[in-house]
Design a protein around this ligand. Structure first.
Ligand code: NAD
Ligand code: ZN
Ligand code: ZN
Length: 372
Protein backbone atom coordinates (compact mmCIF):
# COMPACT_ATOMS: atom_id res chain seq x y z
CA UNK A 1 0.00 0.00 0.00
CA UNK A 2 1.00 3.63 -0.41
CA UNK A 3 1.85 5.75 2.63
CA UNK A 4 2.85 9.34 3.16
CA UNK A 5 6.14 9.40 5.02
CA UNK A 6 8.97 11.72 5.99
CA UNK A 7 12.05 9.88 4.74
CA UNK A 8 15.62 10.51 5.88
CA UNK A 9 17.51 9.95 2.62
CA UNK A 10 20.90 10.77 4.07
CA UNK A 11 22.67 12.13 7.16
CA UNK A 12 22.38 15.86 7.70
CA UNK A 13 19.69 16.31 5.05
CA UNK A 14 16.17 17.53 5.79
CA UNK A 15 13.50 14.83 5.70
CA UNK A 16 11.64 14.53 2.41
CA UNK A 17 7.89 14.00 2.37
CA UNK A 18 7.22 11.29 -0.20
CA UNK A 19 4.83 8.45 -0.87
CA UNK A 20 6.49 5.17 0.01
CA UNK A 21 5.27 1.61 -0.48
CA UNK A 22 4.50 -0.41 2.63
CA UNK A 23 4.34 -4.21 2.27
CA UNK A 24 1.79 -6.21 4.29
CA UNK A 25 2.77 -7.48 7.75
CA UNK A 26 4.48 -10.88 7.80
CA UNK A 27 4.36 -13.50 10.53
CA UNK A 28 4.38 -11.91 13.99
CA UNK A 29 4.04 -8.41 12.52
CA UNK A 30 1.37 -5.74 12.63
CA UNK A 31 0.43 -2.91 10.25
CA UNK A 32 -0.33 0.27 12.20
CA UNK A 33 -1.87 3.54 11.04
CA UNK A 34 0.05 6.20 12.93
CA UNK A 35 -2.15 9.15 13.88
CA UNK A 36 0.39 11.21 15.83
CA UNK A 37 4.09 11.21 16.61
CA UNK A 38 6.41 13.30 18.72
CA UNK A 39 9.88 14.32 17.56
CA UNK A 40 12.61 13.39 20.05
CA UNK A 41 16.22 14.48 20.22
CA UNK A 42 17.23 10.92 19.40
CA UNK A 43 15.63 11.29 15.94
CA UNK A 44 17.76 14.40 15.39
CA UNK A 45 20.82 12.55 16.67
CA UNK A 46 20.36 9.74 14.13
CA UNK A 47 19.57 12.20 11.35
CA UNK A 48 22.80 14.08 12.11
CA UNK A 49 24.85 11.00 11.19
CA UNK A 50 26.41 10.68 14.67
CA UNK A 51 24.48 7.51 15.48
CA UNK A 52 26.62 4.42 14.76
CA UNK A 53 23.42 2.46 14.10
CA UNK A 54 21.99 5.02 11.68
CA UNK A 55 21.17 3.56 8.25
CA UNK A 56 19.78 5.50 5.31
CA UNK A 57 17.37 5.92 3.65
CA UNK A 58 15.11 5.36 6.63
CA UNK A 59 11.79 6.28 8.15
CA UNK A 60 12.70 7.73 11.57
CA UNK A 61 10.34 8.40 14.47
CA UNK A 62 9.82 6.48 17.70
CA UNK A 63 7.32 8.44 19.79
CA UNK A 64 4.02 7.58 18.16
CA UNK A 65 0.50 6.43 18.67
CA UNK A 66 -1.77 4.67 16.24
CA UNK A 67 -4.41 2.13 15.37
CA UNK A 68 -3.92 -1.46 14.22
CA UNK A 69 -5.01 -1.95 10.60
CA UNK A 70 -3.97 -5.52 9.86
CA UNK A 71 -2.18 -8.32 11.68
CA UNK A 72 0.17 -10.90 10.20
CA UNK A 73 0.12 -14.66 10.68
CA UNK A 74 0.26 -15.87 14.26
CA UNK A 75 -0.50 -12.51 15.88
CA UNK A 76 -2.85 -13.18 18.79
CA UNK A 77 -2.55 -10.26 21.20
CA UNK A 78 -3.71 -7.55 18.78
CA UNK A 79 -6.54 -7.09 16.30
CA UNK A 80 -7.58 -4.41 13.82
CA UNK A 81 -8.95 -1.36 15.64
CA UNK A 82 -6.76 -1.73 18.73
CA UNK A 83 -4.98 1.44 19.84
CA UNK A 84 -1.26 1.00 20.25
CA UNK A 85 1.98 2.74 21.15
CA UNK A 86 5.01 1.40 19.24
CA UNK A 87 7.92 0.35 21.45
CA UNK A 88 11.58 0.79 20.61
CA UNK A 89 12.27 -1.50 23.54
CA UNK A 90 10.26 -4.64 22.77
CA UNK A 91 8.99 -7.03 25.41
CA UNK A 92 8.86 -10.67 24.33
CA UNK A 93 8.55 -12.15 27.80
CA UNK A 94 10.65 -15.12 26.76
CA UNK A 95 14.28 -14.05 26.27
CA UNK A 96 16.93 -14.24 28.98
CA UNK A 97 16.57 -10.51 29.59
CA UNK A 98 12.77 -10.53 29.92
CA UNK A 99 12.88 -13.61 32.15
CA UNK A 100 15.55 -12.14 34.42
CA UNK A 101 13.07 -9.68 35.90
CA UNK A 102 16.08 -7.35 36.26
CA UNK A 103 15.87 -5.27 33.10
CA UNK A 104 13.56 -3.96 30.40
CA UNK A 105 16.19 -4.52 27.69
CA UNK A 106 14.46 -7.34 25.78
CA UNK A 107 16.85 -8.66 23.15
CA UNK A 108 14.35 -10.57 20.98
CA UNK A 109 14.45 -8.18 18.02
CA UNK A 110 17.44 -6.08 19.04
CA UNK A 111 19.94 -7.26 16.41
CA UNK A 112 17.71 -6.69 13.38
CA UNK A 113 16.19 -3.53 14.86
CA UNK A 114 19.66 -1.99 15.11
CA UNK A 115 20.16 -2.63 11.40
CA UNK A 116 16.87 -1.03 10.40
CA UNK A 117 15.26 -4.35 9.53
CA UNK A 118 12.25 -6.39 10.62
CA UNK A 119 13.00 -9.55 12.65
CA UNK A 120 13.20 -11.68 9.47
CA UNK A 121 16.02 -9.48 8.18
CA UNK A 122 14.06 -7.63 5.49
CA UNK A 123 12.32 -4.27 5.25
CA UNK A 124 8.62 -3.54 4.59
CA UNK A 125 9.31 -0.06 3.21
CA UNK A 126 10.40 0.89 -0.29
CA UNK A 127 10.54 3.99 -2.46
CA UNK A 128 10.67 3.72 -6.26
CA UNK A 129 11.47 0.05 -5.81
CA UNK A 130 14.51 0.71 -3.62
CA UNK A 131 14.51 -0.44 0.03
CA UNK A 132 13.89 2.09 2.79
CA UNK A 133 14.96 1.05 6.28
CA UNK A 134 13.05 0.90 9.54
CA UNK A 135 14.19 2.75 12.66
CA UNK A 136 14.12 1.63 16.29
CA UNK A 137 11.49 -0.95 15.36
CA UNK A 138 8.90 1.82 15.19
CA UNK A 139 9.30 4.24 12.19
CA UNK A 140 6.49 6.52 13.27
CA UNK A 141 7.20 9.21 10.65
CA UNK A 142 5.10 7.19 8.19
CA UNK A 143 1.30 7.20 8.12
CA UNK A 144 1.44 3.41 7.89
CA UNK A 145 4.20 1.45 9.59
CA UNK A 146 4.91 -2.20 10.32
CA UNK A 147 6.04 -3.26 13.80
CA UNK A 148 6.68 -6.59 15.47
CA UNK A 149 3.78 -7.68 17.68
CA UNK A 150 6.15 -7.64 20.67
CA UNK A 151 7.02 -4.02 19.84
CA UNK A 152 3.49 -2.74 20.40
CA UNK A 153 1.77 -1.84 23.65
CA UNK A 154 -2.02 -2.06 23.52
CA UNK A 155 -3.52 0.94 25.29
CA UNK A 156 -6.95 2.19 26.34
CA UNK A 157 -8.84 3.16 23.15
CA UNK A 158 -10.29 6.16 25.02
CA UNK A 159 -6.81 7.64 25.50
CA UNK A 160 -6.07 10.68 23.30
CA UNK A 161 -3.37 9.45 20.91
CA UNK A 162 -2.33 13.04 20.15
CA UNK A 163 -1.05 13.24 23.72
CA UNK A 164 -0.23 9.74 24.92
CA UNK A 165 2.09 9.29 21.93
CA UNK A 166 4.62 11.12 24.12
CA UNK A 167 4.63 8.09 26.41
CA UNK A 168 6.30 6.24 23.52
CA UNK A 169 9.59 7.81 24.55
CA UNK A 170 10.32 11.09 26.30
CA UNK A 171 7.87 11.24 29.16
CA UNK A 172 8.15 7.54 30.01
CA UNK A 173 11.95 7.70 29.83
CA UNK A 174 12.18 10.55 32.32
CA UNK A 175 9.51 9.44 34.77
CA UNK A 176 10.65 5.81 34.58
CA UNK A 177 14.29 6.71 35.26
CA UNK A 178 13.21 8.35 38.52
CA UNK A 179 11.07 5.46 39.77
CA UNK A 180 12.67 2.36 38.23
CA UNK A 181 16.34 3.23 37.84
CA UNK A 182 17.07 5.72 40.62
CA UNK A 183 14.19 4.84 42.95
CA UNK A 184 14.00 8.37 44.33
CA UNK A 185 12.41 8.58 47.77
CA UNK A 186 10.52 11.32 49.61
CA UNK A 187 12.80 14.13 50.72
CA UNK A 188 15.68 13.28 48.35
CA UNK A 189 17.56 16.08 46.63
CA UNK A 190 17.70 15.75 42.86
CA UNK A 191 19.65 17.58 40.14
CA UNK A 192 18.42 17.49 36.54
CA UNK A 193 20.84 18.44 33.75
CA UNK A 194 19.08 19.45 30.54
CA UNK A 195 15.47 20.61 30.55
CA UNK A 196 14.14 19.25 27.28
CA UNK A 197 11.34 16.70 27.16
CA UNK A 198 13.41 14.14 29.06
CA UNK A 199 14.59 16.48 31.80
CA UNK A 200 11.10 17.91 32.36
CA UNK A 201 9.75 14.37 32.67
CA UNK A 202 12.44 13.62 35.26
CA UNK A 203 11.25 16.67 37.20
CA UNK A 204 7.67 15.41 37.02
CA UNK A 205 8.79 11.97 38.27
CA UNK A 206 10.75 13.59 41.10
CA UNK A 207 7.67 15.55 42.14
CA UNK A 208 5.64 12.31 42.14
CA UNK A 209 8.33 10.73 44.34
CA UNK A 210 8.03 13.74 46.69
CA UNK A 211 11.65 14.73 46.27
CA UNK A 212 12.64 17.64 48.52
CA UNK A 213 14.76 19.87 46.38
CA UNK A 214 14.75 19.60 42.59
CA UNK A 215 17.62 21.53 41.00
CA UNK A 216 17.09 22.29 37.32
CA UNK A 217 20.22 22.96 35.23
CA UNK A 218 20.25 24.31 31.67
CA UNK A 219 22.35 26.67 29.59
CA UNK A 220 19.15 28.05 28.05
CA UNK A 221 17.40 30.05 30.81
CA UNK A 222 14.15 30.07 28.82
CA UNK A 223 13.78 26.42 29.85
CA UNK A 224 13.40 27.42 33.51
CA UNK A 225 9.82 28.62 33.01
CA UNK A 226 8.41 25.16 32.29
CA UNK A 227 10.80 23.51 34.75
CA UNK A 228 9.35 25.71 37.47
CA UNK A 229 5.82 25.01 36.34
CA UNK A 230 6.63 21.29 36.51
CA UNK A 231 7.85 21.60 40.09
CA UNK A 232 11.60 22.32 40.11
CA UNK A 233 12.71 24.35 43.12
CA UNK A 234 16.17 25.67 42.15
CA UNK A 235 17.48 26.90 38.80
CA UNK A 236 21.09 27.03 37.67
CA UNK A 237 22.54 28.29 34.42
CA UNK A 238 26.15 27.00 34.23
CA UNK A 239 27.01 30.09 32.16
CA UNK A 240 26.36 32.28 35.23
CA UNK A 241 29.16 30.58 37.17
CA UNK A 242 32.94 30.65 36.86
CA UNK A 243 33.37 27.51 38.95
CA UNK A 244 32.68 24.02 37.62
CA UNK A 245 28.96 23.41 37.95
CA UNK A 246 29.49 20.35 40.16
CA UNK A 247 31.24 22.55 42.75
CA UNK A 248 28.37 25.03 42.65
CA UNK A 249 25.84 22.27 43.31
CA UNK A 250 27.90 20.58 46.04
CA UNK A 251 28.09 23.91 47.88
CA UNK A 252 24.42 24.65 47.39
CA UNK A 253 23.39 21.26 48.80
CA UNK A 254 25.76 20.83 51.74
CA UNK A 255 27.82 18.07 50.14
CA UNK A 256 25.94 17.06 47.01
CA UNK A 257 22.68 15.63 45.73
CA UNK A 258 21.15 12.22 46.37
CA UNK A 259 20.44 11.72 42.67
CA UNK A 260 21.39 13.44 39.45
CA UNK A 261 20.14 12.84 35.92
CA UNK A 262 22.00 13.70 32.71
CA UNK A 263 19.39 14.44 30.05
CA UNK A 264 21.57 16.03 27.35
CA UNK A 265 24.01 13.50 25.87
CA UNK A 266 27.14 15.54 26.71
CA UNK A 267 29.99 13.48 28.23
CA UNK A 268 31.43 16.49 30.07
CA UNK A 269 28.06 17.15 31.70
CA UNK A 270 27.87 13.44 32.57
CA UNK A 271 31.05 13.90 34.60
CA UNK A 272 29.66 16.99 36.32
CA UNK A 273 26.44 15.11 37.07
CA UNK A 274 28.36 12.31 38.77
CA UNK A 275 30.63 14.64 40.70
CA UNK A 276 27.77 16.73 42.09
CA UNK A 277 26.47 13.61 43.88
CA UNK A 278 26.86 13.26 47.61
CA UNK A 279 29.88 11.32 48.83
CA UNK A 280 28.97 7.90 50.17
CA UNK A 281 25.64 7.40 48.42
CA UNK A 282 24.82 9.83 45.59
CA UNK A 283 23.78 8.22 42.32
CA UNK A 284 23.95 9.68 38.83
CA UNK A 285 21.74 8.36 36.06
CA UNK A 286 22.83 8.79 32.44
CA UNK A 287 19.86 9.16 30.09
CA UNK A 288 21.37 11.33 27.34
CA UNK A 289 22.81 9.59 24.30
CA UNK A 290 26.37 10.66 23.47
CA UNK A 291 27.88 10.70 19.98
CA UNK A 292 29.61 7.63 18.54
CA UNK A 293 33.01 6.91 20.05
CA UNK A 294 32.70 9.40 22.92
CA UNK A 295 33.72 8.26 26.39
CA UNK A 296 32.92 9.28 29.94
CA UNK A 297 35.66 9.94 32.46
CA UNK A 298 36.13 10.79 36.11
CA UNK A 299 38.64 10.00 38.82
CA UNK A 300 37.94 6.45 40.09
CA UNK A 301 38.11 7.91 43.59
CA UNK A 302 34.67 9.38 42.91
CA UNK A 303 33.27 5.84 42.81
CA UNK A 304 35.56 4.47 45.53
CA UNK A 305 34.03 7.05 47.83
CA UNK A 306 30.54 5.81 47.22
CA UNK A 307 29.10 7.63 44.24
CA UNK A 308 27.30 5.42 41.72
CA UNK A 309 27.03 5.77 37.95
CA UNK A 310 24.03 4.16 36.23
CA UNK A 311 22.28 4.38 32.89
CA UNK A 312 18.64 4.11 31.93
CA UNK A 313 16.94 3.20 28.65
CA UNK A 314 13.22 3.89 28.20
CA UNK A 315 13.16 4.59 31.93
CA UNK A 316 13.53 0.90 32.72
CA UNK A 317 9.88 0.51 31.70
CA UNK A 318 8.68 -2.83 30.29
CA UNK A 319 6.54 -1.55 27.45
CA UNK A 320 3.85 -4.17 26.99
CA UNK A 321 3.16 -4.74 30.68
CA UNK A 322 3.75 -1.27 32.13
CA UNK A 323 2.95 1.30 29.44
CA UNK A 324 -0.82 0.66 29.42
CA UNK A 325 -0.87 1.57 33.13
CA UNK A 326 1.04 4.77 32.46
CA UNK A 327 -1.53 5.67 29.80
CA UNK A 328 -4.23 5.21 32.47
CA UNK A 329 -2.26 7.46 34.81
CA UNK A 330 -2.10 10.13 32.11
CA UNK A 331 -5.87 9.84 31.58
CA UNK A 332 -6.39 10.22 35.33
CA UNK A 333 -4.22 13.34 35.38
CA UNK A 334 -1.47 11.68 37.43
CA UNK A 335 0.96 12.13 34.55
CA UNK A 336 0.70 15.52 32.87
CA UNK A 337 1.35 15.52 29.14
CA UNK A 338 -0.02 18.92 28.06
CA UNK A 339 2.94 20.99 29.29
CA UNK A 340 5.29 19.04 27.02
CA UNK A 341 3.36 19.84 23.85
CA UNK A 342 4.62 23.26 22.82
CA UNK A 343 3.87 22.86 19.11
CA UNK A 344 1.65 20.91 16.74
CA UNK A 345 2.41 20.53 13.02
CA UNK A 346 1.22 18.47 10.07
CA UNK A 347 3.62 15.89 8.58
CA UNK A 348 4.48 18.22 5.69
CA UNK A 349 6.11 20.60 8.16
CA UNK A 350 8.07 18.04 10.16
CA UNK A 351 11.40 19.69 9.35
CA UNK A 352 10.18 22.74 11.26
CA UNK A 353 9.85 20.51 14.32
CA UNK A 354 13.57 19.73 14.04
CA UNK A 355 14.39 23.43 13.60
CA UNK A 356 12.33 24.36 16.67
CA UNK A 357 14.18 21.71 18.69
CA UNK A 358 17.61 22.86 17.55
CA UNK A 359 16.72 26.48 18.26
CA UNK A 360 15.66 25.49 21.78
CA UNK A 361 12.13 26.80 21.15
CA UNK A 362 10.16 23.59 21.62
CA UNK A 363 9.87 20.84 24.17
CA UNK A 364 7.84 18.51 22.01
CA UNK A 365 6.23 19.08 18.63
CA UNK A 366 3.44 16.58 17.98
CA UNK A 367 3.10 15.77 14.29
CA UNK A 368 -0.32 14.83 12.96
CA UNK A 369 -1.07 12.85 9.81
CA UNK A 370 -4.70 13.86 9.53
CA UNK A 371 -6.42 17.20 9.91
CA UNK A 372 -5.60 17.79 13.56
N1 NAD B 1 18.07 6.77 27.40
C1 NAD B 1 16.91 6.87 26.74
O1 NAD B 1 16.07 5.96 26.77
C2 NAD B 1 16.59 8.12 25.98
C3 NAD B 1 15.30 8.33 25.50
C4 NAD B 1 14.99 9.53 24.84
C5 NAD B 1 15.97 10.47 24.66
N2 NAD B 1 17.24 10.24 25.12
C6 NAD B 1 18.30 11.25 25.00
O2 NAD B 1 18.08 12.21 26.03
C7 NAD B 1 18.67 13.45 25.65
C8 NAD B 1 17.65 14.57 25.84
O3 NAD B 1 16.58 14.46 24.91
P1 NAD B 1 15.51 15.66 24.75
O4 NAD B 1 14.54 15.23 23.71
O5 NAD B 1 15.03 16.09 26.08
O6 NAD B 1 16.50 16.78 24.13
P2 NAD B 1 16.37 18.38 24.07
O7 NAD B 1 17.32 18.82 23.02
O8 NAD B 1 14.94 18.79 23.97
O9 NAD B 1 16.89 18.89 25.51
C9 NAD B 1 18.25 19.02 25.85
C10 NAD B 1 18.42 20.23 26.81
O10 NAD B 1 19.77 20.28 27.26
C11 NAD B 1 20.17 21.64 27.32
N3 NAD B 1 21.64 21.68 27.27
C12 NAD B 1 22.44 21.49 26.20
N4 NAD B 1 23.75 21.56 26.56
C13 NAD B 1 23.75 21.81 27.89
C14 NAD B 1 24.80 21.97 28.85
N5 NAD B 1 26.08 21.88 28.51
N6 NAD B 1 24.46 22.20 30.15
C15 NAD B 1 23.16 22.27 30.51
N7 NAD B 1 22.12 22.12 29.64
C16 NAD B 1 22.43 21.89 28.35
C17 NAD B 1 19.48 22.28 26.14
O11 NAD B 1 19.38 23.69 26.29
C18 NAD B 1 18.11 21.58 26.16
O12 NAD B 1 17.18 22.29 26.96
C19 NAD B 1 19.15 13.24 24.21
O13 NAD B 1 20.52 12.88 24.25
C20 NAD B 1 18.33 12.06 23.73
O14 NAD B 1 18.99 11.38 22.68
C21 NAD B 1 17.56 9.08 25.78
ZN1 ZN C 1 13.19 9.39 22.13
ZN1 ZN D 1 12.49 -10.42 25.64
Amino acid sequence: MKSRAAVAFGPGQPLKIVEIDVAPPKKGEVLVKITHTGVCHTDAFTLSGDDPEGVFPAVLGHEGGGIVVEVGEGVTSLKPGDHVIPLYTAECGECKFCKSGKTNLCQAVRATQGKGLMPDGTTRFSYNGEPVYHYMGTSTFSEYTVCAEISLAKVNPQAPLDKVCLLGCGVTTGIGAVHNTAKVKAGDTVAVFGLGGIGLAVIQGAVQAKAGRIIAVDTNPEKFVLAKEMGATDFINPKDHEKPIQDVIVELTDGGVDFSFECIGNVNVMRAALECCHKGWGESIIIGVAGAGQEIRTRPFQLVTGRVWRGSAFGGVKGRTQLPGMVEEAMAGKIRLDPFITHRLPLDQINEAFDLMHEGKSIRTVIHFGDN
